[in-house]
Design a protein around this ligand. Structure first.
Ligand code: UT7
Length: 332
């Protein structure tokens, strides 16, 4: 029997559009304050696209950044998996648009829709392809243009979200080398009612009526999402650690979806992880949905919280509800 193949993350690239929306800007748009946003959520500013820029554009920029730090022949890419809930359009998939824009000739790909767990679910999927032994270079991308579905008169929503993307390259680990160790994931569809965009799909196709009713915007019951996220992120992280006979003390770096600073710190406290192991960059980017985890990986590298050989715990909870946690031995 052939030896099992392990997937590793061998490169990372991230991108946020240059335009900033600060809390001071938001104070002029809705009834809010910098103090409230900093205290309740922990965001100072977020980046937003200009008109005419879609998720595929952010994804392509993230891949170009990846290539700069880790040059290789893009024609070798076997598969492109894109986590997004803000595809450029209903179809073709963002993966097809990315393939075309990057000119990768002999590959295939698809999108994964899992809300704020989108990057983790795409990563789990790409991992399985590499582990099959047949796939040698898989691009896993998380990209979202949340501003495309944000009602900038809804103060409970517009302060949270930003636009951004990140891409990782998955390759087979060398003999004896660690990589992606394990994951857990779960969906609980009862949570769909608390965070969703009702308009534009097959149930409520776009019409003057759906637009008048603001059905093309994010609808969120923040309190319900918050309560679930705090409980579920702890549950999923504990589950993946227990499966691998580890505890929070074994983890070198905790990289969670950045939705609210309080959700991340509550999970870290539960796992007894000190602040220096916890990556937080929500202050600079807000919640970029599928972009948050690769953006936080980038921050972790820049802040030297993440080094080759480190045990990394990734976690996310999002619309669906979706949730997941993944254990990675960092490979570069
Ligand atoms: O990744 C998944 C995506 N979403 C999330 O993870 C969101 C999870 N939820 C949250 O992060 C928080 O629930 C929010 C940040 C959305 C809201 O924070 P909260 O502490 O749960 O506030 P709340 O909804 O309980 O509202 C408390 C008060 C309310 O006023 P009253 O009714 O007490 O007078 C709100 O109207 O805060 C008010 N409020 C605001 N005040 C100033 C809501 N939004 C704002 C705002 N500025 N932007």
């Amino acid at each position: 029997m052939s030896k099992p193949v392990r997937a590793k993350i061998s490169a990372l690239g991230t991108y946020v559009p240059p335009r900033l929306l600060t809390n001071a800007d938001l104070e002029k748009m809705v009834d809010t304050t910098n103090d409230w946003i900093m205290e309740r959520v922990g965001i100072r500013e977020r980046h937003l696209v200009d008109k005419g820029v879609g998720a595929s554009d952010l994804a392509v920029e993230a891949v170009k950044k990846l290539l700069k730090s880790h040059p290789f022949d893009l024609q070798q890419v076997d598969l492109i998996v894109v986590g997004t809930v803000t595809p450029d359009m209903m179809y073709p998939s963002t993966a097809c648009l990315v393939q075309h824009k990057l000119g990768i000739e002999n590959t295939w790909g698809f999108d994964v829709s899992a809300g704020c767990s989108g990057f983790l679910y795409a990563l789990n999927t790409g991992t399985k392809f590499v582990e099959s032994g047949r796939y040698k270079k898989v691009l896993v991308i998380g990209a979202d243009v949340n501003s495309s579905m944000t009602d900038f008169t809804d103060r409970a929503v517009c302060i949270i979200f930003g636009d951004g993307a990140g891409a990782v390259l998955l390759e087979p680990a060398e003999e004896g080398e660690d990589g992606i160790i394990d994951h857990v994931a779960q969906v609980e569809g009862m949570g769909g009612q608390y965070l969703y965009m009702p308009g534009g799909g097959s149930l409520n196709p776009a019409s003057h009526d759906t637009v008048d009713q603001k059905m093309h915007y994010i609808h969120q019951d923040g309190k319900q999402v918050f309560k679930y996220a705090v409980k579920k992120m702890s549950e999923m992280t504990e589950r993946v650690l227990e499966r691998n006979k580890l505890t929070g003390k074994d983890v070198d770096c905790f990289i969670a979806h950045q939705a609210n600073r309080r959700i991340i710190t509550a999970t870290a406290e539960r796992l007894e992880m000190p602040a220096e192991k916890v990556v937080i960059n929500i202050d600079r980017f807000g919640n970029t949905t599928a972009g948050t985890i690769p953006l936080a990986m980038q921050t972790a590298l820049e802040e030297k919280k993440l080094k080759k050989g480190n045990l990394v715990l990734l976690a996310a909870v999002g619309a669906g509800f979706t949730s997941g946690a993944t254990l990675v031995r960092w490979a570069f």
